[in-house]
Design a protein around this ligand. Structure first.
Ligand code: F6R
Length: 606
């Protein structure tokens, strides 16, 4: 999820590239770099301010590449910043995405004498193109033949020192927008840095490779020498362009669910063995085998993901799990033995209470683990081992895509631990299959966005909401309530469906709606009884139910159906529906959904 920008045309490229890059900065990056044909590469940790300070000196280059990195492979250092180059400094590459098979490709290249200067997955591409060029292939053929050997995702910018006017770009999983000006072309990861120069754009499709010069562009695929892609005249302003045309980042990020789920799973499933492969946990595999307890610590939405992790890990791995919010864990004198691991879950990797809870675990002798989105963040650096989310930067203050990713990674950890313990191959395979289906299923929930919006409108005057669920759906109910209250400022309370009769039921009347999370799972009948109890008190009910469940529709006032999946993974699909509900409810009120009052994205104070 890096930001990339390229220019080729008649103007001086350097100021255009630096200005364009600063417009992409809103996504919050950790390092930056620039390639200009007459100056070579300038790279730095930090972002555009640091790059400007470093890229001094006049340039008259008329083309170049620029990159903002959001680290995935390798820490955010100067060496790992893009663009990367080959042994002869002829080929320059800026990349957004992950090359899955980079390790095996890299070993082959090292054996053939190539020297690597970074720890990134991207650098392999520069060396592979170098080899193809040395075999006397054209720039285009060298790129095409290289991409034939690559698995993974990419939005690529490639420059060749001997043909400085030409830039080749390729898209697989990571967006590429081509801007068409008069005698100039722009290429970027989203339309933001382009709209100022031209509104005429082509949105590349997966598998597209474009050969771009100032006056022309030809789009091809690995198989076909030319394909037609229509030019669009967009009407977005800069703000809309940065949100990819969505009215808010929160909605954009909810709609990133399929990609986020793919990214969390990519390269981590061994399908024929029903196992998860988690490179980040390999160094502590022996200690994990001996664990007798896992303590998960996190805050807010990440804490609710942790609660789902508890159900998952106890269910699939038979390992006792405790979950605690960071601010409690760090002060409650937790009992930690030699076989205890403390797992911190955090999108930012900087939440102070989670960090201090993890440090408290470490002081008491626990193995420390992390499920973190921000590479190189404090929690990621200080834990003994961990698994990255690869969900990309989350801009909306209310966490949405990170939550989906956290639950997915916790499911992978549960599978990883489970298969090393008691989980059978057959049951492992069931989970693997269901995980692989999730990205497609998530699209079906997203397709209901308009229907969910209509529902949010129907309930727009309600001032109080109760959210209930059982087992895996209990933390989902808690998260659904948090999402609604933080974006809409209405009172929303989550509770275990079984707890309702112990107090919350007293609040219910015809003006107090309840959202019942009721997938067809092992506790379906019990949740159904709770739903009936609410209806008996004349409480309006919105059900989040499994497609095809007619019984629920007879009782509830409204139903949002989500596709069927394994019980353990229902939280991911139900959560998307609740995220959309919260978003539309708040957006209809005209609230600042991306920046709810009184809240900050990263809570680095107690
Ligand atoms: C709610 C939300 C917060 C965060 C919490 C932890 O939508 O975003 O509750 O989940 O502040 O943040 P991280 O995951 O960065 O540790």
């Amino acid at each position: 999820m890096c930001g990339i920008f390229a220019y080729t045309g008649g103007r001086n490229a350097k100021p255009i590239l630096l200005e364009g890059l600063s417009m992409l900065e809103y996504r919050g990056y950790d390092s930056a770099g620039l390639y200009l044909s007459d100056q070579g590469v300038t790279r730095t940790p930090g972002a555009v301010t640091e790059l400007r300070a470093k890229a001094t000196g006049e340039s008259s280059a008329k083309s170049g590449l620029a990159h903002l990195r959001w680290a995935t492979h390798g820490e955010p250092t100067e060496e790992n910043a893009h663009p990367h180059t080959d042994c002869d400094s002829n080929v320059y590459i800026a990349h957004n995405g992950i090359i899955e098979n980079f390790n095996e490709l890299k070993q082959g290249l090292i054996a053939r004498g190539h020297t690597f200067k970074s720890k990134t997955d991207t650098e392999v591409l520069a060396h592979m193109i170098e080899e193809e060029l040395k075999a006397d292939k054209s720039f285009e053929d060298a790129v095409v033949d290289t991409l034939k050997k690559v698995h993974g995702t990419y939005g690529l910018l490639i420059s060749y020192a001997k043909e400085p006017e030409t830039i080749i770009t390729a898209r697989m999983g990571s967006p590429i927008v081509l801007g068409i000006g008069k005698g100039e072309r722009f290429i970027a990861s989203d339309a933001t840095p382009i709209v100022k120069h031209t509104k005429k754009m082509v949105f590349l499709e997966d598998g597209d490779i474009a050969i771009v010069t100032p006056d022309s562009h030809r789009i091809r695929t690995l198989k076909e020498a030319s394909v037609d892609r229509k030019e669009e005249e967009i009407s977005w302003d800069v703000g809309e362009a940065s949100r990819g045309g969505y009215p808010h980042f929160m909605l954009k990020e909810i709609f990133e669910a399929p990609e986020v789920l793919e990214n969390a799973l990519r390269g981590r499933l061994i399908v024929n063995e029903g196992r998860a492969k988690l490179g980040g946990l390999e160094s502590v595999a022996k200690q994990l085998e001996k664990l007798d307890r896992l303590m998960i610590t996190a805050c807010g939405t990440a804490y609710y993901a942790g609660l789902i992790g508890e159900y998952l890990i106890e269910d699939l791995a038979g390992l006792p799990v405790e979950v605690d919010v960071g601010s409690e864990f760090r002060y409650r004198k937790p009992i930690i033995g030699k076989k205890t691991a403390v797992l911190a879950v955090s999108q930012s990797g900087e939440t102070l209470d989670t960090l201090e809870a993890m440090r408290e675990g470490k002081r008491r002798g626990a193995l420390t683990l992390g499920v973190v989105n921000a590479v190189g963040s404090t929690i990621a650096r200080e834990t003994d081992a961990g698994v990255y989310n690869h969900a990309g930067p989350e801009i909306g203050v209310a966490s949405t895509k990170a939550f989906l990713s956290q639950v997915t990674v916790l499911a992978l950890i549960a599978l990883f631990l489970g298969r090393a313990r008691s989980l059978s191959e057959e049951d492992g395979k069931k989970i693997v299959k269901a995980l692989m289906e999730l990205p497609e299923l998530s699209k079906k929930v997203l397709a209901k966005s308009d229907a969910i919006k209509a529902l949010a409108l129907k309930y727009k005057d309600a001032r109080d909401f109760l959210f209930i669920g059982r087992r895996y759906s209990y933390p989902v109910a808690l998260e659904g309530a948090l999402k609604l209250k933080e974006t809409s400022y209405v009172h929303a309370e989550g509770c275990a469906a079984g707890e309702m009769k112990h107090g919350p039921l007293a609040m219910i009347d015809n003006k107090f709606p309840t959202v019942v999370v009721i997938p067809m799972d092992s506790v379906y009948q019990k949740t159904l009884s709770n739903m009936i109890e609410i209806k008996t008190r004349k409480g309006p009910v919105i059900a989040i139910a499994t497609e095809g469940d007619v019984r629920v529709a007879e009782i509830a006032d409204d139903v949002i159906y989500v596709p069927k999946t394994e019980e353990q993974l229902t939280p991911i699909l139900s959560a998307i529906a609740l995220q959309l509900f919260a978003y539309h409810f708040a957006a209809e009120k005209g609230l600042n959904v991306d920046r709810p009052r009184n809240l900050a994205k990263s809570v680095t104070v107690e």
